[in-house]
Design a protein around this ligand. Structure first.
Ligand SMILES: Cc1cc2nc3c(=O)[nH]c(=O)nc-3n(C[C@H](O)[C@H](O)[C@H](O)COP(=O)(O)O)c2cc1C
Length: 183
């Protein structure tokens, strides 16, 4: 097995994260990986926000605005504090006659996947989260998204404090077939 295949097979999402998060130098290298995402017409239809420190509290306040009770708001306020860093992946689609918006969203998703993989390889953990918050107009505008932009996800990032149980993985015959079907 090559190192890259081994790295992919070892990757897993980790929800329990603590400090430290990657340094600025490490992030620069990790984002180089995200920017290797296949990208039809090289539109660069993605951008990212890095949120840490006080920013996480500000993000919590933004989340809390979407709650409809004090209890819900309390819970929402604490959500970004589950990790020392949150990276927001944003699709920023560009008009193009041959590249529909869905392809631009897919390109963002591939970059997010590369970023997660690179994070694992650099010794950190990450977890991709969305939920209603990713599609909420108050959250989007609070983060400075333009009307045409969308949130691909929040990557919670940090050092793994305890590993989650292994996720069962599919086997090839469940999901892969030949076409036309072999008799
Ligand atoms: C677009 C997207 C959104 C996700 N949102 C959530 C989420 O909000 N909450 C959650 O627990 N898992 C979410 N997940 C799933 C986890 O990130 C993770 O992939 C899953 O728990 C399986 O773990 P694994 O990556 O180790 O296979 C999301 C995954 C994707 C691709």
């Amino acid at each position: 097995m090559t190192d890259v295949i081994e790295a992919i097979l070892q990757r897993s999402s980790e929800p329990r994260l603590s400090a430290p998060a990657p340094s600025a130098d490490e992030l620069a290298r990790l984002f180089e990986c995200a920017f290797r995402a296949p990208d039809h017409a090289l539109l660069r239809p993605w951008r990212y926000l890095i949120i840490e420190g006080e920013g996480l509290h500000a993000l919590g306040e933004l989340y809390a605005r979407t709650g409809d009770s004090e209890e819900a708001r309390d819970k929402l306020r604490k959500m970004p504090l589950r990790a020392p860093m949150v990276i927001v992946g944003i699709t920023s689609p560009k008009p193009h006659p041959k590249v529909p918006q869905i392809e631009q969203s897919m390109s963002t998703a591939v970059g997010m996947g590369y970023l997660l993989l690179a994070l694992n390889e650099a010794g950190y953990g990450g977890m991709w989260r969305t939920g209603a918050l990713a599609y909420d107009s108050q959250v989007k505008s609070g983060l400075g998204l333009a009307e045409h932009e969308s949130i691909a996800g929040f990557l919670y990032v940090g050092s793994v404090s305890s590993e989650k149980p292994a996720v069962p993985r599919p086997i090839m015959s469940e999901l892969v077939s030949s076409w036309p079907a072999k008799p």
